[in-house]
Design a protein around this ligand. Structure first.
Ligand code: ADP
Length: 444
């Protein structure tokens, strides 16, 4: 297929489109998954902060007595609290009720109502002056580019008056690291996935085009064979006509001889054209439009009657046996069913030497009619058996040509059997004879 320019181009085109579309889908899916993942992760950060800040807020409020001032009782639940201007023990390892705030990534800031920082917990961002903004949620960045996410809550003292502000935040280092890693995986995996998709596209395009190429090759072979078959009688006619034109005078006997040669070749030509036409009509399924109930017993007995003279002439014993007790009916085209059996029976007579036997038998098996044409003829070599139903295939060209065959007889029979939902099987042994078994579904 790759040696054929048209098919190679078409395969490349198909694979390119397929890989392109798949590439776009993969990229969009990758970006989509990344966005969903980042959003889910961000929400988890928000929820965690909200929960820590809420717990801290609810635990502290009952302990606060005076605005803008940290009471000693606050230190009991936050042992690592560092009040600005006082000595702090940052390394305190005491566990307290708010375990989350003990984690390295979390911090809390206490601010006065005017926004002045008065105490910290954990490791707040370096070099950033805390501010109370309009927004409850803030994302900030320190001098080194580390990002932090924080929430600001208003604290009230135990008498219900506003005390100041609590800011709870966490470092976004692990979040950013996670997203960076996901981005890296996407950037590396997308080209790899695209490469795999491209290879798969090439293979799939090849698979999709294989049957098209097979039928294209078949048509090409068929055209070449048909042209070859047509050329032989045409060449014979031309040679005969040229020899007549080159001779000065012709006797009546010679003229008759020439005309007979031309007539013989013309008959062969028209037979070939008819066979080709019939095959193309079968291929186009035009025959299925003309189906009716046909009696195989009648067709077979007519056929045997018609070829009886040929059998006598060839000194062959021709027998007809009906094994089934009732007539066998199939739905189909009578002329074509006749032609199906005729081709096989003519072959059987032709390829059986004098004193041989040919038997036609009719039987029923389950829902099928079985027509067997058995001969004691020359038989077919096992190498040729799988090919004898191919168009223009001849085991022995010279012998077949003398018979007037073009190698289309069995191909036509098989095509007719297939159109009638049946098939033909053959068993043969060289020098012993052949048995052709036609199976056709019976009319319901
Ligand atoms: P043709 O019309 O040239 O005989 P067919 O398609 O009818 O072509 O048959 C194909 C080939 O099968 C023939 O060339 C012949 O060699 C072989 N063949 C068919 N029927 C028989 C048979 N009954 N015995 C031996 N050879 C056969």
């Amino acid at each position: 297929m790759n040696h054929n320019k048209i098919f190679f181009g078409a395969r490349l085109h198909l694979a390119g489109w397929y890989a392109g579309v798949m590439g776009i889908i993969l990229t969009l899916s990758g970006v989509g998954i990344y966005q969903v993942m980042a959003h889910a992760h961000w929400q988890a950060v928000d929820r965690e902060l909200e929960s820590v800040a809420g717990t801290l807020h609810d635990s502290l409020e009952p302990l606060l007595q005076q605005s803008d001032r940290i009471d000693p009782s606050v230190q009991q639940i936050l042992p690592n609290l560092c009040v600005i201007g006082e000595q702090c023990d940052r390394e305190s390892s005491t566990r307290h009720i708010l375990g989350a705030i003990q984690q390295d990534s979390f911090y809390a800031l206490f601010l006065t109502r005017s926004g002045t920082l008065i105490a910290t917990v954990g490791k707040p961002p370096l070099g950033i002056v805390p501010q109370i903004g309009q927004e409850a949620w803030q994302t900030i960045e320190d001098r080194e580019g580390n990002r932090y996410h924080q929430i600001s809550l208003l604290l009230k003292d135990n008498s219900g008056k506003s005390w100041g502000y609590l800011q709870v935040g966490r470092s976004l280092a692990d979040y950013d690291h996670h997203l960076e890693q996901s981005k890296l995986i996407l950037i590396v995996s997308l080209p790899i996935a695209f490469l795999i998709v491209s290879i798969a596209s090439w293979c799939l395009a090849g698979m999709a085009m294989r049957p098209v190429y097979a039928s294209y090759s078949q048509i090409q072979q068929f055209t070449a064979d048909a042209a070859h078959e047509l050329r032989t009688p045409l060449a014979a006619i031309r040679a005969t006509v040229e020899s007549v034109l080159n001779s000065d005078s012709l006797s009546e006997l010679e003229s008759r001889d020439v005309l007979q040669t031309i007539n013989r070749q013309t008959i062969r030509l028209s037979q070939l054209v008819q066979d080709l036409l019939l095959l193309s009509r079968i291929d186009l399924q035009l025959l299925s439009l003309q189906k009716k109930s046909c009696c195989l017993n009648e067709i077979a007995s007519d056929l045997v009657e018609e070829v009886a003279a040929l059998a006598i002439q060839a000194e062959i014993e021709l027998n007809f046996k009906v094994i089934s007790d009732s007539p066998l009916y199939v739905t189909g085209n009578e002329d074509q069913l006749y032609r199906l059996m005729l081709n096989i029976l003519i072959n059987a007579i032709y390829y059986t030497p004098e004193q041989g036997k040919v038997e036609v038998s009719l039987n029923r098996l389950d829902h099928y009619a079985i027509i067997q044409i058995q001969d004691t003829g020359i038989g077919i070599d096992s190498i040729d058996l799988p090919c004898i139903f191919d168009r223009f295939y001849r085991v022995n060209s010279d012998r077949s040509r003398k018979k007037g065959g073009s190698g289309l007889g069995l191909a036509i029979s098989m095509a007719i059997a297939k159109v009638h939902n049946g098939n033909i099987q053959v068993q043969s042994e060289l020098g012993q004879g052949s048995t052709f078994t036609i199976r056709l579904p019976l009319a319901s």
